[in-house]
Ligand binder design. Structure first.
Ligand code: HEM
Ligand SMILES: *[C@@H]1O[C@H](CO)[C@@H](O)[C@H](O)[C@H]1NC(C)=O
Ligand SMILES: *[C@@H]1O[C@H](CO)[C@@H](O)[C@H](O)[C@H]1NC(C)=O
Ligand SMILES: *[C@@H]1O[C@H](CO)[C@@H](O)[C@H](O)[C@H]1NC(C)=O
Ligand SMILES: *[C@@H]1O[C@H](CO)[C@@H](O)[C@H](O)[C@H]1NC(C)=O
Length: 325
């Protein structure tokens, strides 16, 4: 008993110590850049008004940043001596939104130079981009610092491709501390944005060498996709909506589409069509309740944003997101 009385306060003190050293906080810039959120929102509103995909592009960058060496802005670095840019890895070729990040950085440097990290810009702009098109809001935790390195090969190993089975994708999430609910909830980000033909075309004509289309594609959806991305066509720059119903809004239609066999990517449809999978019940839950989807999406985004962050005196605050200082 007296031993416990001693040990509990000790744990308490240790946990406070760890927290103050490593954790992010919603008020991190309260004194150093109090208007950070408003400044990011202003640039995002401007970007969204000229490009409906602005928010979609940014949240994808945040995901691809966080899954490779943590949320440290490593994805944003261009090629340089000692830097093999992650932008050149297959999963990032064609990704957009880097110009928006630069515009946000410029706006912030004008008001509070050298203060707000590029990794935090991605986290903040993701929340704002989702909220701007009807999605949930959440309190964005801040205080990440930017990496001094990039990890191109880490993109190939750690970012799921759209061609893998759920069994392959699952450990790519659990390795980052993300569980199956996180996987299903975050896949709901495919409620907006676009995908190039090359990311789903292999489902349309000769799926896995079977000579036939993927049997889990709805028979009325299939001909539309085949017309957009014809076999042997020059489809390099042709895009399809990830959410066929409400392509530019953030809502739970993505999950209803999966129930109707109208998921665009193989990895989307697998969440509902993999027989016996524990993901099916989660898809059904989000399809029938947008508020449950929004709640879980917000929690999973906070979890995503906590992966492998640099804090304290680790890393740096880049003045240009494309290069180390
Ligand atoms: C679960 C595994 C995932 C796979 C296999 C996957 C795969 C893909 C692919 C192949 C594209 C199209 C890229 C292109 O055409 O170049 C895409 C787009 C997109 N992804 Fe994912 N993704 C996954 C998870 C996520 C997560 C967790 C998020 C965010 C939280 C996300 C957000 C997006 C968005 C918003 C777009 C559209 C971007 C745009 O319009 O430019 N994805 N994804
Ligand atoms: C914050 O922004 C508002 C309007 O956007 C402005 O009125 C205010 O002066 C700004 N505060 C600081 C500390 O920059
Ligand atoms: C790059 O990412 C891989 C996969 O996560 C990891 O094993 C490796 O240690 C990383 N390399 C560096 C230099 O961070
Ligand atoms: C489908 O792909 C397989 C393996 O790549 C190939 O052998 C077969 O000829 C293809 N079938 C058709 C109808 O294109
Ligand atoms: C195919 O899509 C239509 C329209 O969304 C839907 O009514 C139908 O139930 C779907 N079929 C299957 C097998 O899911």
């Amino acid at each position: 008993m007296s031993f416990l009385r001693f040990i509990f306060p000790l744990f308490f003190l240790i946990s406070i110590f760890v927290a103050s050293n490593a954790q992010l906080s919603a008020t991190f810039y309260a004194t150093t850049c109090p208007n950070v959120t408003e400044i990011v929102r202003g640039v995002m509103q401007q970007a969204q008004s000229t490009d409906v995909r602005a928010g979609a592009k940014i949240i994808r960058l945040h995901f691809h940043d966080c899954f490779v060496n943590g949320c440290d802005g490593s994805l944003l670095l261009d090629n340089a001596a000692g830097i093999e840019s992650e932008k050149d890895a297959a999963s990032n070729v064609g990704a957009g939104g880097f110009d928006i990040v630069d515009d946000i950085k410029t706006a912030l440097e004008n008001v509070c130079p050298g203060v707000v990290s590029c990794a935090d810009i991605l986290a903040l702009a993701s929340e704002i981009g989702v909220a701007l098109v009807g999605g949930p809001t959440w309190q964005v935790l801040l205080g990440r610092r930017d990496s001094l390195t990039a990890n191109r090969s880490g993109v190939d190993s750690d970012i799921p491709t759209p061609f893998e089975s759920l069994d392959v994708m699952r450990p790519q999430f659990t390795n980052k501390g993300m569980d199956i609910t996180d996987l299903v909830a975050l896949s709901g980000a495919h409620t907006f944005g676009r995908a190039r033909c090359g990311t789903f075309q292999q489902r349309l004509f000769n799926f896995s060498g079977s000579g036939s289309p993927d049997p889990t594609i709805n028979s009325t959806y299939l001909p539309t996709l085949q017309a957009t991305c014809p076999q042997g066509g020059n489809n390099g720059n042709t895009f399809e909506n990830l959410d066929k119903t409400t392509p530019d809004n953030f809502d739970n239609d993505y999950y209803i589409n999966l129930q109707n066999q109208e998921g665009l990517l193989q990895t989307d449809q697998e969440l509902f069509s993999t027989s016996g999978s524990d993901t099916i019940a989660i898809v059904n839950r989000y399809a029938s309740s947008q508020s449950q989807f929004f709640d879980d999406f917000a929690s999973s985004m906070i979890k995503l944003g906590n992966i492998g962050v640099l804090t304290g005196t680790n890393g740096e605050i880049r003045t240009d997101c494309k290069r180390v200082n």
